[in-house]
Design a binder for this molecule. Structure first.
Ligand SMILES: [Zn+2]
Length: 319
């Protein structure tokens, strides 16, 4: 995967915040990509998801639909003002990310270019006309981070999206350690897939899809449908990204690696790797085959989110 060397990067929504710092009110649930370590991670996510759903029911939820002006999620524009780097938390240095050439030479700058590409892509989707707004921020952190609405999070949950502050949180150690323990590889496009998946959750937040989640676990649960839809949205961006001004090329090899990553973070793969057995009743993200299938389905429908309606799919194995 290569970036257009002449692209001008916008770093206003990427931040290397970490540790301490302030936060914002409101409820929310972390939506991580896979439950990093199967046991605790998934349990935590379920609890948080439940809290999120409950908070929706009680009307204190942060779900924002083009409402940037009020409520507990109003955090202004541009950089993520409430989170300042604290001791050791700072891991991202985006100040030097000016062009696509920087993105070709630096992993952090590549994340900026990817974010810019995804924001441009979703901004142009007619399905979202009038409702799109970029995520508040992409925050790179290490060890632990205080979110604005989803409490404190540690690296063990993996990358996640917090609806409460509309922010994507990434800890690069996920790629270095947990992901590799699961047999995945760390490439630029794999990071793109992860970011595109989390960006997909932001789109779901804007569209109100998260409010449809009633069942939190199991092979046909709403939670699984939500996750497979995020994979499908990632596939949509993948199919459209090449030549958008930021992404110069995505090779077949990149796609293969992305599919391999989707396989790596399938619930069955994580379960069998970490515990040696597969229990579909504990599924929260879908099986490896399902994640691959929906990612590929998204690639066939880059112009409409309707192809990604996992909530109406009768058979999640056959998108
Ligand atoms: Zn997810």
């Amino acid at each position: 995967m290569r970036f257009n060397p002449k692209a001008r990067l916008d770093t206003s929504r990427t931040s290397g915040g970490g540790g301490g710092g302030g936060g914002f009110g409101g409820g929310g649930a972390r939506i991580p990509i896979p439950g990093g370590r199967a046991g605790g991670g998934i349990g935590t996510v379920v609890v948080l998801l439940l809290f999120f759903v409950l908070s929706q029911c009680t009307g204190i939820g942060p779900q924002v639909l083009g409402d940037s002006g009020g409520g507990s999620t109003s955090v202004g524009t541009g950089t993520f003002g409430g989170l300042q780097a604290a001791d050791g938390g700072e891991t991202g240095d985006f100040g030097s990310c000016k062009t696509g050439e920087d993105a070709n030479n630096d992993e952090n700058c590549a994340l900026v270019a990817l974010e810019n590409s995804m924001t441009g892509y979703w901004d142009s989707q007619s399905d979202l006309s009038g409702r799109f707004q970029p995520e508040q921020s992409v925050v790179i952190f290490s060890d632990q981070v205080q979110t604005g609405g989803c409490g404190a999070a540690s690296s063990s949950v993996g990358p996640f999206y917090c609806p409460g502050d509309q922010t994507i949180y990434l800890d690069p150690t996920f790629f270095d350690s947990i992901f590799e323990q699961l047999g995945g590889q760390d490439t630029t496009f794999v990071r793109a897939y992860v970011l595109a998946h989390e960006y997909g959750h932001h789109i779901q937040n804007l569209l109100g899809t998260m409010g449809q989640v009633r069942t939190q676990q199991g092979p046909d649960s709403d939670a699984v449908r939500l996750e497979l839809q995020a994979d499908c949205y990632a596939g949509m961006w993948t199919a459209a990204a090449e030549g958008d001004g930021f992404v110069e090329d995505i090779t077949d090899q990149d796609i293969t690696e992305g599919i391999s990553a989707a396989k790596t973070v399938g619930d069955d793969h994580i379960q069998s790797t970490t515990s040696g057995r597969v229990d579909t009743s504990q599924f929260t993200h879908g099986s490896s085959e399902q994640r691959i299938a929906w990612f590929k389905k998204g690639m066939t429908t880059p112009d409409s989110i309707r192809g990604c309606d996992t909530f109406r799919a009768r058979d999640l194995d056959r998108p």
